[in-house]
Design a protein around this ligand. Structure first.
Ligand code: HEC
Length: 141
């Protein structure tokens, strides 16, 4: 009996571990982008990128489409000062995210360009590296 009980416990732990590993392994880059977005961006830019009060929208707007070559810089360094997004003026401050890896920034960028109204551009790690090498942004801390 004693051995049987132990076997059950070990089996339960084993199944638990295997499912955790499987679930984590099955996350697509898009899921990862969504999770990163929820964690680092959503409070200001809204669940669907619709923006919020003095925080500009990032879904279906000209600014995002016009800054495809700098999206990594915006995420990594942050930005401040007056900008115009779809004809509306904003003058805010967004902190940089230097803690994110290039792969995470790629996942985020892919997620953002897949938001409703955006063009679905896609970025890999090399694209992000190239962008970051050519940024003309001041780090916002
Ligand atoms: C604390 C609030 C806040 C958070 C969190 C935040 N932003 Fe921003 N974001 C802003 C503000 C404010 C601006 C406008 C800055 C300015 O006026 O120069 C902005 C501007 C932008 C812009 C360019 C303007 C536009 O609307 O197209 C993009 C793209 C953007 N943010 C993406 C992101 C992404 C991606 C994340 C997550 C990694 C993020 N932001 C996190 C506040 C935030």
């Amino acid at each position: 009996m004693k051995l049987g009980f132990r076997a059950i416990i070990i089996a339960v732990i084993g199944i638990g571990l295997v499912s955790v590993i499987t679930v984590r392994g099955c996350r697509t880059p898009k899921d990862k982008g969504k999770i990163l977005y929820e964690l680092h961006c959503q409070t200001c830019h809204g669940e669907k990128g619709e923006g919020f009060y003095s925080y500009p929208p990032i879904a279906g707007v000209d600014y995002v489409e016009d800054h495809k070559d700098e999206i990594a810089c915006i995420i990594y360094y942050g930005m401040e000062g007056p900008i115009e997004v779809d004809g509306v003026e904003y003058d805010g401050r967004m902190l940089g995210n230097p803690q994110l890896t290039e792969t995470q920034i790629a996942n985020l960028a892919n997620y953002i360009y897949g938001l409703p109204g955006n063009s679905g551009a896609s970025f890999n790690k090399t694209d992000i590296q190239n962008q970051l090498e050519n940024c003309n942004y001041k780090p916002i801390k």
